[in-house]
Design a protein around this ligand. Structure first.
Ligand code: NDP
Length: 451
């Protein structure tokens, strides 16, 4: 394809997106990454351009914004802002997590929802895309305060969601505790027990392996990438960022497969344990983070290792990097440093953890680079399996769900190879994931007419 045409196409489209919503840089970034890799494909398949599919895909079907008043334990009143971005329902009901973090705004949720549409399509399960949340900060709040907040949040959200309409799940700041409070309030308001949320507790409709799914899936994806080189995780030194849900279970799976995880982090800094985090140390982290809700520095104090204050892990020598914290946590300098120090596999547990310059650097260096929408799709895939079990009113065993998760990750990897292989044999997983995810959604939108 004529490169001049695709360059102009990308520029024109990005000008269009930016002119509509100038204040949403993360959304622009997510769209640009997709359009850069889709441009040649679209120019070769003009029916998608004629049907204005991209223009339709960047416009959410619906955005809901609402007020969340709640009281803290001292009786003070607080007002937060809640959102649900219902992005695309062409292949199934809206599906995607809720994020509670002070940085949440409409632009962040639109980037996450846009990625979610393509990710959900890649899983081959019938799920559309959405995302929601609030600028509420669960840090330093009591369980009682979190419950009051969740009840107020759901008192508005309940009228917009449903098991056949929109099925939220967790994300940053929303784990098992929050899903429980949200589910309880939904059930009370609707007087029905349905699978309206995923990530539920195992005693009340949740699926085995759902808490593990994103982290495990990311490592399964990394393992598939390594297999293309006749290699595996065994014996590899691995950097992981974050210490929440995704990071914890990615660590667990790397340990199980014989790799050595030497870092974890939170927003206050990184711990570096050159001997590796073993199962016992991981159990300490899980209790620290999930029960005491403490800071990762306490690991450094307990085990006498370095705490790199306010630093990210990317300057440490490794073979594999699994960013599992948040967006834009790897910039160009981090990418350069990773590759200089021997890293040749990056699989993203987080959503859009690498900025565009870092992505370009990984691709130009031709390392194995698995973007979040492919590598972390295991979480939503098992959410899809939770919905199936809820509809059938039965529960699969741990082994059954893990096997299905593994096979979905293998299939996503295969789809990336199919759509992403360059003429020189290098697999551009960004291109593979974007085209692989796009086609099913685009064809469904065309089939369903102008809605
Ligand atoms: P958690 O809230 O469980 O953990 C988030 C971790 O990332 C914490 O260690 C947190 O540190 C750190 N973090 C968050 N924001 C920042 C920041 N601005 N700067 C530095 N560190 C930060 O979230 P999850 O593990 O669920 O999510 C992590 C990533 O994975 C997100 O990008 C999410 O969108 C993505 N993801 C999650 C899925 C899931 O199933 N949960 C599915 C697919 C993707 P601190 O406690 O200090 O804030």
């Amino acid at each position: 394809m004529n490169t001049k045409n695709s360059k102009v196409f990308i520029e024109d489209f990005m000008n269009y997106v930016k002119s509509k919503d100038p204040g949403q840089p993360e959304f622009h970034q997510a769209v640009k990454e997709v359009v850069e890799t889709l441009a040649d494909f679209l120019l070769a398949n003009p029916r998608y351009i004629h049907a204005q599919i991209l223009e339709r895909m960047v416009e959410p079907e619906r955005v809901i914004q609402f007020r969340i008043p709640w009281t803290d334990d001292r009786g003070n009143i607080h007002i937060n802002r809640g959102y649900r971005v219902e992005m695309n329902s062409s292949i199934g009901p809206y599906k995607g997590g809720l994020r509670f973090h002070p940085t949440v705004n409409q632009g962040i949720l639109k980037f996450l929802a846009f990625e979610q549409v393509l990710k959900n399509s890649l899983t081959s399960l019938p799920m559309g895309g959405g995302k929601g949340g609030s600028d509420f900060d669960p840090k330093n709040k009591t369980d009682n305060e979190v419950m009051h907040f969740c009840q107020s949040f759901m008192s508005e959200l309940f009228r917009h969601i449903g098991q056949n309409t929109d099925i939220p799940a967790g994300d940053i700041g929303v784990g098992g505790r929050e899903i429980g409070f949200l589910f309880g309030q939904y059930k009370r308001l609707r007087n029905e027990f349905t699978g309206v949320l995923t990530g539920k507790g195992i005693e009340w409709g949740g699926s085995l392996i759902r808490p593990e799914a994103t982290g495990y899936g990311t490592v399964y994806f990394a393992e598939e990438m390594l297999k293309t080189k006749g290699d595996s995780i065994k014996g590899k030194t691995v950097l992981i960022s974050g210490s929440g849900n995704v990071a914890q279970f990615a660590t667990e799976k790397v340990i199980e497969l014989g790799g050595k995880v030497v870092t974890l982090s939170d927003s206050s800094g990184t711990i570096y344990d050159p001997d590796g985090i073993d199962s016992e140390k991981l159990a300490f982290i899980m209790e620290l983070k999930n029960i005491h809700r403490g800071r990762i520095k306490e690991y450094a104090d307990k085990y006498g290792v370095q705490h790199l204050h306010k630093q990210r892990p990317w300057n440490i020598k490794c073979d594999v990097a699994l960013p599992c914290a948040t967006e834009n946590e790897i910039d160009k300098n981090d990418a350069i440093s990773l590759i200089k120090n021997g890293c040749f596999v990056v699989a993203e547990g987080a959503n859009m953890p690498s900025n565009l310059e870092a992505v370009h650097h990984f691709l130009n260096s031709k390392i194995l680079y698995g973007p979040g929408k492919a590598a972390n799709a295991g979480g939503v895939a098992v959410s899809g399996l939770e919905m199936t079990q809820n509809s059938m009113r039965l529960a699969w065993s741990r082994n059954e769900v893990d096997k299905k998760l593994h096979s979905i990750m293998v299939d996503i990897h295969q789809m990336c190879v199919e759509f992403g292989k360059d003429a020189d044999g290098y697999v551009n997983y960004v291109k593979g994931a974007n085209i692989g995810g796009f086609v099913k959604v685009a064809n469904s939108m065309i089939a369903q007419g102008l809605v």
